[in-house]
Design a protein around this ligand. Sequence first.
Ligand code: UDP
Ligand code: MN
Length: 769
Amino acid sequence: MNIVCKSRGSGRVLAFVFIASVIWLLFDIAALRISIDEANQDLKEREIVLKQGRRKDNVEDVLKHPLQKVNIDKRDFLQNSNRFERKVDQVYRKWPKARPENQSKVNLNVNGTIISIPEKINETKAVIYGKVSNITANMNKIKAAVSGQTEANLHVKAHLLTKALPAVQEKAHPSVLKEKSVKKVHHINDTLAMSQNEVRVDVGLQKNLSNELLKPAERDKPKNILDHAVKHVSAINKTKPDIIQKLSELKDPAEEALQVLHSTSVQVRRSGGHHKVMALDVTDRPRDPSAVGQFGQPASVPRDKELESRRRWSEGFFNVFLSEQIPIDRAIPDTRPRICSENLVHDDLPSTSVIFCFVDEVWSTLLRSVHSVLNRSPPHLLKEIILVDDCSTKDYLKEQLDVYMSQFPKVRIIRLKERQGLIRARIAGASAATGEVLTFLDSHVECNVGWLEPLLERIYLDRKKVVCPVIEVISDKDMSYMLVDNFQRGIFRWPLVFGWSALPQEYIRKNQVKDSDPIRCPVMAGGLFSMDKSYFYELGAYDPGLDVWGGENMEISFKIWMCGGEIEIIPCSRVGHIFRGDNPYKFPKNRVKTVERNLARVAEVWLDDYKELFYGHGYHHLLDKSVTEIGNLTEQIELRKKLECKSFKWYLENVYPDLDAPLVKAEGLIFNVGTRKCLVFLNDVLLFDKCEHTNKSQHFSYTWLRMLRQNTSCFAPQEKQIIMEPCDSTKPHLRWMHKSKGLVSTAQNLFSRDSTIDRFINEWWDRKY
Ligand code: UDP
Ligand code: MN
């Protein structure tokens, strides 16, 4: 290919023949940064992206499931299996195989010793699991447990006393963990021979609570139970009247509830005391150890049901048949790092609204998600559960769901009249929320024991922390609950593809990172997180211009970091999620286009000059505004200004320094191996001259958008010459391919079709002018 240039001195047009190739000499970075492979890299990347994954056309999704594919290292899992089994054993071994004959008791299981307290009895049964450090806490725990269970049962049985919990719970953790009590407690612990400070409380509650509780007098029920517990402890150790006294000072929970309801959360949050994280697991019926999938064990499909199971797969793109067999309140192994159950959290954590958005979710998984929240969240911290139905088409998600959920006063259902997509559905959910913290969850999850408090604790410490649980894997095939590797960070690669990456061992060693330490993440996965509600609004919620699904995790992540917040994964909080191979719902428009468009909005608003890296890694076509309409960005740009958010450069330097993000693909001198001279752009003229590294007019860059640029001028083909034109990222004729044998102007969108590209490149190459 000939390039016609003007030569200095003569002023005439000289033709230089590129005999072999144009080589990029990168004097200042001392490396040859372009090769044919590299030049085609983005093409390939996009190709790979498009071919990979089960959602073939879903670019953003590619790295969204590496927990299954990459991070669940089978060997590691096996190595951990002892620990895993130990944990399972630790948690579940003490469960009674069958319900005790005599149910007229409240059972306190103290480190294996079951102590029964006379109580009118129950067919419903609760299991509350926890570890506490001293008897004061134990008693608080018992009380909390009793209160919590009462509420859980009330949820099921009567619709009363829901509001009683904040008060009950506030009292449940009075700031009494003082020196004196602690000492006494140890004594009591000794008396009870509590080797590990562990208390499990099995609480039986009355079967027919429902009717009776409708009577005001029955509001005393929780207190009655407490009284029994108190009496019981009193009987165990008569030497501790002061502790007993404290507990018996409690008022009627319903009365307290009203008081709390009328006070603001700020008023409530005063105690400053701490308690050990609670690991509640409350059920309203006995758990059957032999039930399918119990304890998160893998389930298998009976031979004669295989066909049915296969047929029903597409209802949710996981094993819907098995999911239906598994109890909706099944137990799952406590996969938290050991230390987590010992961690202290504040007594006065903020309450949260849990928001599940769903569209055409499978019945059993939706219910299991809701039950896992109801059963494993301290009731006083769970303000409500909001189910946002994003205009599902399934009948069972209408009246049947209303009826089912009417058992639980804390559950509210919001129905969107039109399909809004996840992003706007979340905004709708948030606007209905009354809790102090918003917790967003997917509608096919199982929250593990102790999942909530560690999240709320971080927000309590700093309202600008946005926190995510560790997302564990519920197998889409056998529905087993699987442990994931520690130290995983949420990251992205170009073009804004979400992924997971482990903290380097070296870093962990050097910084003595513990497996329970919060991990700061450049971006969040997006499905599951908690965030202070006022902070969510301060940041302008989500960009409502994002459609359906995808890219919103990038948007909120950049926004959080660049506008003063932080994102953390909290290893002590764990929630299982079914990673599905496909969506059981339709995208109103083409899915790829939707995600790409969303990402383009994010790039335009948040990436500054780095948006070239986004477009240049496979998204050139989005620059063609006649094809991609990304909508109006004025409000988002204004918001960024108003919030005085930092630059993307700051984000890269401070939050994600390990991301490779040079602003251009290559830069340096353009060397003609034939003449041994370098290209110069001077006084609007291109020419070859002696190479001078320090000469600025010899410096060019090859941008991610494939432009050959000096300042604001770019190479452009003009007949048989190359001239310089003002750069314009939307103009395809300014794009050049670097081949080992020279430069090829593309002059059209490179990503139309491979064959077109080849033909096109050859065409230019063959012209040989
Ligand atoms: N969702 C929704 N509306 C939509 C798309 C998704 O409410 O238009 C819900 C969906 O039911 C799920 C959550 O958003 O509860 C996240 O979607 P999904 O699980 O498909 O995302 P993934 O986990 O695959 O990232
Ligand atoms: Mn999901």
